[in-house]
Design a protein around this ligand. Structure first.
Ligand code: ATP
Length: 366
C-alpha cells in the first residue's frame, strides 16, 4: 500500500459527550498536500490533533506508514507539527530552537548539526541562526517553526493554521514558500485552515468539513468546478456561487426561475433532471460564467436575463457587478478593463457551466 496516512471510520467524541468528528475516511498518498478546510468549529483541528496524537481517537483506525498508531505516543508517530502560534522558545537562538527536539531525543550532536544546517539552508535561515525569536519578523519566525519540524525528518508534517498570525501580504509570500518547501521536501503535508484561498492554492486535495462531517474530498479544480453540495458551493470560491430558486418544467426542457424567467437546459441537463420534472431545485452558477459581452449574448440566446445593478467594483483586471435578477442576488465577474455604469445590464448564464442541486439533500444532481 502506498498510502502514507490512512484514517478509517475515525470518530471523536469528547469526554463531555460532544461528537466533534464523524466517520472520517481518507487515504493520503505520499507527497500529498492535504488541506482540511471549513468554518470555525467544524472539527478540522480535532482531526489534525488526532493524527498528531494530541487527542485520543474515540473509534476507527489511524495508520501512518503502514502501522496502526492509535495508541502510539505523539513522539513515536513519525509526525511533526507546526502550530499557529509558532511556540518558539524565546530564550533560545534560532539554531537551538531547531536543534532542541533532537537534543532531547539524544540524537548524535554531529547529526543534529548537519540536520539543523540543512533545514536552515532550505528555509533561508542561515544568516539568522544566532538570533533570538524576538529579533525576527513574523515570517522568519514561521520559518523557524517549520525548521523545527523539518529537522525531525518526519513522514508527515501537520500544520495548524500556520499563517493565521501574519498580515495579508506576508501570508501571500509564505503561501508561496510553503508550496516550494513541500516540493523540496517531497513529504506529506496535512494542513488546517479556514481560509478557502489557502486551500485552493496549496492543496493537492481539499477536505471540506462542516459540523464534524466530511462534505467533499477533491482536488481544488474539482471542488471549484463540481461542488458536491450547496455547502461546498458556498464555501469554495470568491465570490461564492450565485444561487437561483426555481422549478424544472414538466417537459424537462427548462429551468423556470421563481421570477417566471425560463432558461433552456442543455441536453445533458434534461437527461439528469428527468426525476425532477415539475419539482423545485436550486440552480448555481459561478460569477465567472455570467456574461455580458455581445458575443456571449449572441451565443446564449436562451439563457438571457437582466441584472438590476446595485453597485459595481472595478478591480483592475475585472469588474464585479452586484445586483439582482428576478429578485434574487447575483454577482457577475466580468473580465473587462472598462468601468461599468448602467442600472440594468443584459446578461446570460453559460448553461453548460451551471449546476442544479436537490433542495432536500442539498446534493448536486448528476
Ligand atoms: P477553529 O477554526 O475555530 O479552530 P475547528 O474546525 O478547528 O475550528 P475544532 O477545534 O476541531 O474546530 O472543534 C470542533 C468542535 O469540537 C467545536 O464545536 C468545539 O467546540 C468542540 N471541542 C473542541 N475541543 C473540545 C473539548 N475538549 N471538549 C468538548 N468539545 C470540544
Amino acid at each position: 500500500m502506498s498510502a502514507d496516512v490512512i484514517l478509517k471510520d475515525v470518530n471523536k467524541v469528547y469526554p463531555n459527550g460532544f461528537h466533534a468528528v464523524y466517520d472520517f475516511n481518507i487515504e493520503i498518498e505520499k507527497g500529498e498536500f492535504i488541506v482540511l478546510a471549513g468554518p470555525s468549529g467544524c472539527g478540522k483541528s480535532t482531526t489534525l490533533r488526532m493524527i498528531a496524537g494530541l487527542e485520543e481517537i474515540s473509534s476507527g483506525d489511524l495508520i501512518i506508514n503502514g502501522k496502526r498508531v492509535n495508541n502510539v505516543a505523539p513522539k513515536d508517530r513519525d509526525i511533526a507539527m507546526v502550530f499557529q502560534n509558532y511556540a518558539l522558545y524565546a530564550h533560545m537562538t534560532v539554531y537551538h530552537n531547531m536543534a532542541f527536539s533532537l537534543t532531547i531525543r539524544k540524537v548524535d550532536p554531529v547529526e543534529i548539526h548537519a540536520r539543523v544546517m540543512k533545514a536552515a539552508e532550505i528555509l533561508g535561515l542561515v544568516p539568522y541562526l544566532n538570533r533570538k525569536p524576538k529579533q525576527l519578523s513574523g515570517g522568519q519566525r514561521q520559518r523557524v517553526a517549520c525548521g523545527r519540524a523539518i529537522v525531525r525528518d518526519p513522514v508527515v508534517f501537520l500544520l495548524d493554521e500556520p499563517l493565521s498570525n501574519l498580515d495579508a501580504k506576508l501570508r501571500g509570500s509564505m503561501r508561496k514558500e510553503l508550496m516550494q518547501l513541500h516540493e523540496r521536501l517531497n513529504a506529506t503535508f496535512v494542513y488546517v485552515t479556514h481560509d478557502q484561498i489557502e486551500a485552493l492554492t496549496l492543496a493537492t486535495r481539499i477536505v471540506v468539513m462542516k459540523d464534524g462531517y466530511v462534505q467533499q474530498i477533491a482536488t481544488p479544480k474539482e471542488m471549484f468546478d463540481k461542488p458536491e453540495n450547496l455547502f461546498v458551493a458556498g464555501f469554495i470560491g470568491t465570490p461564492p456561487m450565485n444561487m437561483a430558486d426555481g422549478t424544472i418544467s414538466n417537459d424537462c426542457q427548462y429551468f423556470e426561475h421563481v421570477s417566471g424567467l425560463k432558461l433552456k437546459l442543455t441536453e445533458h441537463q434534461s437527461e439528469i433532471l428527468q426525476n425532477y420534472a415539475g419539482k423545485a431545485v436550486k440552480m448555481a452558477s459561478r460569477s465567472e460564467y455570467v456574461y455580458i459581452d455581445d458575443a456571449s449574448l449572441a451565443k446564449h440566446k436562451d439563457s438571457q436575463f437582466d441584472i438590476h445593478v446595485d453597485y459595481t467594483e472595478f478591480l483592475g483586471a475585472y469588474n464585479l457587478i452586484y445586483g439582482t435578477f428576478g429578485g434574487q442576488d447575483i454577482i457577475a465577474k466580468v473580465y473587462s478593463r472598462d468601468e461599468i455604469s448602467a442600472d440594468v445590464i443584459r446578461s446570460c448564464f453559460d448553461m453548460e457551466k451551471v449546476h442544479f442541486f436537490d433542495i432536500e439533500t442539498t446534493k448536486r444532481i448528476r
